[in-house]
Design a protein around this ligand. Structure first.
Ligand SMILES: Cc1ncc(COP(=O)(O)O)c(C=O)c1O
Length: 402
């Protein structure tokens, strides 16, 4: 992968000095995705499934093709691929629709302290409303979910297993290939948060055999405002929508209505048309680069950076063994928000805080952390600028006695 050449695809990297290390929050957008969305707004900027005129046919055709491209990307069918506002909406839909109708008092829902808030809060609500119990997989010393620890909490009462594929704070991959069959043996369904996996891994929902899976467009070169919910056909057929209105129904009577089939019954109102078409282009771009090649590139950069950081006194790295491009760290005795403002002066964009995953930050027993996340467009020069800036920040804050 030639990251220097790749940078040319991203207008934001041409317009200003920027070392972008915040892809785990949102990735940058390549020109081809911007062009594809512009094309929609300039050539056929109209609604889908409604108009009986040429440009509306074109919008419907492009939107329909986009769904098929995204379904193929994860080896799902068209019907199993539901558009949502983002990963959060998809994960809420699973908990609210499937959870509230299938989970009962004293059932158990297995989750972890590595979850993003959008994969823990919806299940907390299900537990509160149904009287079910949330059971946390104990993390190992490094903060990982292991198969052994998962086996310790899996019981005949487990009805749902809701786990992240890749942690957005520690960058660890959950051993889902082994966990999912164990959950199925107990009759539980598995909901997978793939928001941090889809940008870096080829996802095959059939091979993984998960029941539900969710991801966002904006972390994988795509636009904001769109995410994807995958569900096995049988499950999607058996659950109810959580929003009602136009386009999701077949027949409306005075006191009742009949829904369309999946995926449409979950998608009321005007859908994210430009976003779906933009996300399909992002998928093509990602597939051309190959997720595995991106991951290998990120890992190389992460390892270089971690090696440099571990040589510095006064710097703590919490996830040196992570298998993805995320570094979670702190400058000892410096608040991450002070550090991140210091990095901003060198045009380094990075995240500080709890990363919408307070449970793992509490598990680490710190108030907040710094997170640097690498992607396809980062270079070894970016790593050097970043690690030099960490050293400079460490020296500065030590000298002023923070
Ligand atoms: C692991 C994980 N899950 C879910 C989300 C939520 O995604 P979205 O903001 O697209 O709803 C994020 C976003 O940071 C994430 O990292």
């Amino acid at each position: 992968m030639d990251a220097h050449k790749l940078k040319l695809d991203f207008p934001i990297l041409q317009n200003q000095p920027l070392i972008y290390l915040d892809t785990a929050a949102s990735s940058l957008t390549p020109q081809c995705v911007i062009d594809t969305m512009n094309e929609y707004y300039t050539e056929y900027p109209v609604n889908v499934h409604r108009g009986v005129y040429q440009i509306s046919y074109k919008a419907t055709e492009k939107y329909t093709q986009a769904r098929q491209t995204i379904a193929d990307f994860i080896n799902a069918t068209f019907e199993e691929t539901v558009f949502t506002r983002g990963a959060s909406s998809a994960l809420n839909l699973i908990a609210t629709s499937y959870g509230l109708s299938h989970v009962q008092k004293d059932d158990e829902i297995i989750v972890s302290e590595l979850e993003h808030h959008s994969h823990i809060l919806p299940w907390q609500q299900v537990a509160k409303k149904t009287g079910a119990k949330l059971i946390y997989v104990p993390l190992n010393k490094e903060g990982r979910i292991t198969v052994e620890n998962f086996k310790r909490v899996l019981t005949d009462r487990t009805k749902v297993v809701a786990l992240t594929y890749i942690s957005n704070v520690m960058g660890y991959e959950t051993p889902l290939q082994e966990i999912i069959p164990l959950a199925h043996q107990k009759g539980a369904i598995v909901s997978v948060d793939a928001a941090q996996a889809a940008p870096h891994k080829t996802i095959d929902v059939k091979k993984l055999n998960c029941d539900f899976l969710a991801f966002s467009g904006h972390k994988m070169f795509g636009p904001t405002g769109i995410g994807v919910l995958y569900g096995k056909q049988k499950l999607l057929d058996s659950i109810e929508p959580i929003e009602y209105g136009g386009d999701m129904n077949d027949n409306v009577e005075l006191f009742d209505a009949v829904w369309k089939d999946t995926p449409y019954k979950f998608e009321t109102g005007t859908p994210p048309i430009a976003e779906a078409i933009g996300l399909a282009e992002a998928v093509r771009y990602l597939q051309k680069l190959k997720p595995e090649a991106i991951l290998a590139h990120e890992q190389k950069l992460k390892e270089l950076a971690v090696k440099a950081l571990l040589k510095l006194d006064g710097v703590t790295v919490y996830n040196p063994t992570s298998e993805t491009g995320i570094i979670n760290f702190n400058l000892d005795d410096v608040h991450p928000h002070d550090a991140v403002s210091f990095f901003d002066e060198d045009h380094i964009a990075m995240r500080a805080g709890h990363h919408c995953a307070q449970l793992i930050i509490k598990w680490l027993k710190v108030p907040a952390t710094l997170r640097a996340s690498f992607y396809a467009y980062n270079t070894e020069e970016d790593v050097k600028t970043f690690t030099d800036a960490v050293k400079k920040a460490r020296d500065f804050f030590t000298s002023v006695g923070f």
